[in-house]
Design a binder for this molecule. Structure first.
Ligand code: GUN
Length: 292
């Protein structure tokens, strides 16, 4: 089975579009997420374009804030403070990675937790790990769980192996799988005999950022494979000069896996759709604060 993230995200966006119309009628304004892009990294620009497109599709009021590559950390922090204090803004997202002279930790910590649509702020990370229902859950991990559930993949009691230990994907998706009663292993670049560890997995999540790294011998027959990687590799036949591949060797893996997400069209669109969902969550939470 191919798990079609593009199709699922389309139907979820259609639902949210109606929800946003109803929210606008109820509260007199639309949810407003702000996306900040620093510099001109082509991959970041492409992700941000996707986010803005989805924002428009769902009927939000959000816009893009662009800052130059050489902007100072203070300029970015000032911009975040401005958006924190703007009552018309519900969500703030700073596209990562940031230029090297800017501290990502400092920037993430500067975002008001109730506007942190990425769920990266320490307050939201703590809430996630403490099972606080008001946590804002990071978009990619949240999208992965929604995909697994919609695809009817049983999770309770199953062995899940997450390859990658980033704060954005690896760690939070491991926590969410644990909440679904999986037995979770977090594997990484230092794991001894990684293929054998991966072959134990009923659910295998690849989030390493290395093109086509997980080959056929990493996959247990019948396993569910979730490929988080979005890697650009040179392709002279493509008009862009590159093509997108995941962390999994899809052509080989699809013959062995019971279910698998493609790249593109798998996890990527779900991440963006969950960002829309988090924006609605922040909007409703802030409106309720206002009226309580
Ligand atoms: N860079 C890679 N993934 C993400 C994400 O989910 N959010 C942000 N802000 N930056 C990213």
């Amino acid at each position: 089975m191919i798990i079609d993230g593009k199709k699922l995200s389309q139907s979820l966006k259609d639902e949210m579009k109606l929800e946003v119309e109803a929210l606008a009628r109820q509260y007199g304004r639309k949810p407003c997420p702000m996306v900040i892009l620093v510099g001109d990294n082509p991959a970041s620009r492409s992700y941000v374009r996707g986010k803005i497109k989805a924002t428009e599709y769902c009927g939000f009021d959000g816009t893009l804030v662009e800052l130059p590559e050489d902007c100072s950390e203070q300029t970015l922090l000032d911009e975040i403070h401005r958006l924190n204090n703007d009552s018309q803004v519900d969500g703030i997202l700073v596209q990562l990675p940031l230029p090297k002279h800017i501290s990502e930790d400092k920037v993430i910590a500067a975002i008001a937790p109730e506007k942190d649509v990425d769920g990266f702020h320490p307050a939201n990370v703590a809430k996630l790990w403490l099972n606080d229902p008001t946590a804002i859950v990071p978009c990619t991990p949240k999208g992965i769980i929604v995909m697994l559930e919609k695809a009817g993949i049983e999770l309770a009691g199953k062995k899940a192996v997450v390859v990658g230990r980033s704060n954005i994907v690896g760690k939070p998706v491991a926590k969410l799988l644990l909440d679904k009663n999986c037995t979770v292993t977090i594997a990484h670049s230092r794991t001894v005999n990684l293929p054998a560890v991966c072959r134990e997995a009923d659910i295998l999540v690849a989030a390493v950022g290395k093109p086509l790294m997980l080959t056929a011998d990493y996959i247990r027959p019948g396993a569910t494979v979730i490929d988080v990687g979005i890697n650009r590799i040179p392709d002279s036949t493509a008009t862009t000069g590159y093509r997108l591949v995941g962390d999994v060797d899809y052509e080989a893996a699809k013959e062995i896996a019971g279910a698998i997400t493609p790249v593109p069209g798998g996890v990527g669109p779900m991440t963006i759709t969950m960002l829309m969902r988090n924006t609605i969550q922040c909007f409703i939470h802030r409106q309720n604060q206002l009226h309580s």
